[in-house]
Write a protein that binds this ligand. Structure first.
Ligand SMILES: Cc1ncc(COP(=O)(O)O)c(C=O)c1O
Length: 405
């Protein structure tokens, strides 16, 4: 069956983005790609195989179930768990999660001695050695341990069998801001922490030290370490206007649909809930099968645009749960079934992810993460339809069950 909403994911562009990030970092640096939240909404099953082929050394996820999904897909390389999956109320659940971390050979971010001891015990019992990282809070004020506590944990882990302190990291809170004062402070605190680790005879120097997200990486702040943790740039978006993307880094997603219905309304007719739009003249409308249930938020009502037959047309009236109405009066040959580009992959278009995120007063991260389950993600090598080639709606393809490389 032909799906009504199709997110085309360009595997060719994804590979180019990754190569560009690698070029910025230099060949020595390892890349950890943030694949959490279904690869920022793009479809982890489509993104992971490309990153694997392109030699990404590590994947970062937030939760254990995301890690498990990656393993189920066949991701063979380290999986860094950024969250704290063992902080659950039920002991049985905690035991299950500790066992899963060992079974799936995950790389947890340790946040307590208790977790470290329990993991160590399980790893030893299973005849395994698990890599672990420690996150140092240098000014993010979210996850991560304060430096003194982080140091104590590093020392403790060094004495445990079954666990290897492979990495230490910090996360920047303001690397996309115009000035880098906060980031420099964080870097200075992290350098102080690393100096204490280096002086400590009980702790072996962790082999994988990392600080940089996309913004910091693109601003050259991660290159002094061993690895970068990049998400947004891999998917092709600007973290902020202050962080220029290399020319070759471009969005990997285009969201296409078609008109469900085209009809003519007389002047003075109201459109959609709340009657927030009234036609001033006879108006031809087109109805698109997308709404806030799909992540096309109500705040886009009467503000956003889409493209129909290469014409930019306004959204009129309120976006509802499943439907959005367009004014297609000026579009030649418009009919039921006409192709609609909801999100354009060209960043400078008024219906690109970045343009709409600005309209919604949010960031590209939020917009792509909100894209819902009714949207069928499908891989394309390259985006067609540029500049003169026709766009073909692909038929739904089966979701790959495992990574093929
Ligand atoms: C700890 C951590 N590192 C790295 C990233 C990747 O950030 P970005 O997508 O800005 O590259 C994230 C994303 O939120 C994160 O939480």
């Amino acid at each position: 069956m032909q799906p009504e909403l199709i997110a085309q994911i360009s595997t060719g562009q994804l590979a180019r983005n990754l190569r560009e990030v690698r070029r910025v970092c230099g060949p020595e640096l390892r890349i950890c790609a943030a694949l959490k939240a279904n690869a920022y909404g793009h479809g982890v099953d489509l993104v992971a195989p490309v990153l694997l082929r392109e030699g990404v050394e590590m994947a970062a996820v937030s939760t254990l179930s995301e890690a498990e999904e990656l393993r189920d897909l066949g991701w063979p390389r380290p999986v860094l768990v950024l969250g704290q999956p063992f902080a659950v109320r039920s002991q049985a659940e905690r035991d299950e999660r500790l066992a899963a971390a060992v079974r799936l050979d995950l790389t947890p971010t340790l946040t307590s001695l208790e977790d470290a001891r329990d993991l160590s015990g399980r790893a030893v019992a299973a005849g395994r050695v698990l890599d672990a990282h420690v996150n140092v809070d240098t000014g993010m004020g979210r996850m991560g341990l304060m430096p003194d506590e982080a140091l104590r944990l590093c020392r403790a882990v060094a004495r445990l069998r079954g666990l290897r302190l492979r990495g230490v990291y910090t996360h920047f809170g303001c690397a996309e801001e115009p000035d880098l004062v906060h980031t420099s402070d964080q870097l200075a605190r992290f350098a102080g922490f690393l100096a204490r680790v280096a002086e400590d005879a009980q702790i072996e120097r962790p082999q994988c030290v990392h600080v940089a997200n996309s913004s910091a990486t693109l601003r050259g702040l991660g290159q002094a370490f061993d690895m970068v943790r990049v998400g947004l740039a891999v998917y092709g978006y600007h973290p902020s206007p202050q962080v220029p993307l290399p020319e070759e880094v471009r969005p990997i997603l285009r969201l296409v649909s078609h008109l469900l219905l085209v009809k003519d309304l007389p002047a003075g007719h109201t459109v959609s809930y709340g009657a927030t739009f009234v036609t001033r003249k006879p108006t031809r409308i087109g109805v698109v099968p997308i709404g806030y249930a799909d992540g096309y938020l109500r705040s886009l009502s009467n503000r956003a645009v889409m493209t129909v037959n290469d014409h930019v047309v306004p959204v009129i009236g309120r976006v509802s749960m499943d439907l959005t109405v367009l004014d297609v009066t000026d579009v030649p040959d418009v009919k039921t079934g006409s192709l609609v580009i909801v999100l354009d992959h060209r960043a400078d278009r008024p219906n690109s992810v970045e343009s709409l995120a600005e309209l919604m007063d949010t960031i590209p991260y939020e917009l792509t993460c909100l894209l819902g389950d009714r949207i069928h993600r499908t891989p394309v090598d390259e985006f067609e339809g540029e500049p003169d080639r026709p766009i073909h709606l692909p038929r739904a393809e089966p979701t790959p069950q495992s990574l093929t490389i």
